[in-house]
Design a protein around this ligand. Structure first.
Ligand SMILES: Cc1cc2nc3c(=O)[nH]c(=O)nc-3n(C[C@H](O)[C@H](O)[C@H](O)COP(=O)(O)O)c2cc1C
Length: 198
């Protein structure tokens, strides 16, 4: 589940919450899953991967990751990202464009301290996306880490990312194929709304 704190009352945020609630009621699996696309200037290529959206805090969307991972290196080099969600139970796609930044150390530490220690051991023990000789080795590193006694201390290389969209697009699939698309773009301090052809 995504946790909504101090919800933003701007129109696209209200639409997001409404579609989220409908998908939650429809028992959408993996409702937190969101695909984050980023650009690597070094390789001149676009990458995408799913993460779990944990919070929407006012107008900030927040997920957590390893700060040394390929995605984090890309975010450092090119802050603009695109995020997309598809909720199959309600046949809704949401696309967002935003600039991404790290959450504060204090926020990361507080969140880490309240998480399950087994989950924390995974975050601590893994050099995310680095090659390893075998899957067994990954498990061994994790098991060694489980025996440590500082599993509530957030390492510097792990934490949150937050993004505040400047663009939202809501796509609603209809049986007739006359799918409904609505976009909201933040321009000159206001949200400009438009309908898009399907
Ligand atoms: C449904 C789903 C949720 C995921 N959630 C996260 C997450 O919250 N944070 C994370 O770092 N990786 C998560 N992953 C793994 C990422 O997709 C990815 O494999 C990993 O972060 C490495 O990405 P990178 O090499 O682009 O940095 C998730 C994968 C799936 C399929």
């Amino acid at each position: 589940m995504i946790k909504f704190d101090n919800p933003c009352l701007d129109r696209p945020y209200l639409v997001f919450k409404e579609k989220y609630n409908e998908s939650l009621i429809a028992k959408q699996d993996n409702i937190e899953a969101i695909c984050i696309s980023s650009y690597s200037p070094k390789d001149d290529e676009v990458n995408a991967r799913y993460v779990n959206l944990k919070f929407i805090n006012d107008n900030q969307f927040i997920f957590f990751s390893n700060y040394n991972s390929p995605k984090s290196i890309e975010f450092n080099q090119h802050e603009q990202i695109t995020a997309s969600i598809y909720w199959s139970r309600t046949n809704v796609q949401i696309r967002m464009k935003a600039y991404i930044k790290k959450t504060s150390k204090e926020f990361n530490q507080n969140y880490f301290a309240e998480r399950d220690e087994k989950k924390n051991a995974l975050a601590i023990s893994s050099y995310q996306s680095s090659p390893i000789d075998s899957y067994e080795m990954l498990k061994k590193n994790y098991e060694i880490c489980l025996k440590k006694n500082n599993l509530n201390e957030c390492p510097d290389y792990w934490g949150g990312y937050s993004f505040t969209p400047y663009y939202f697009e809501f796509w609603e699939g209809h049986k007739s194929r006359l799918n409904k698309r609505e976009a909201y773009k933040f321009q000159n301090d206001e949200w400009i709304h438009s309908f898009l052809q399907a």
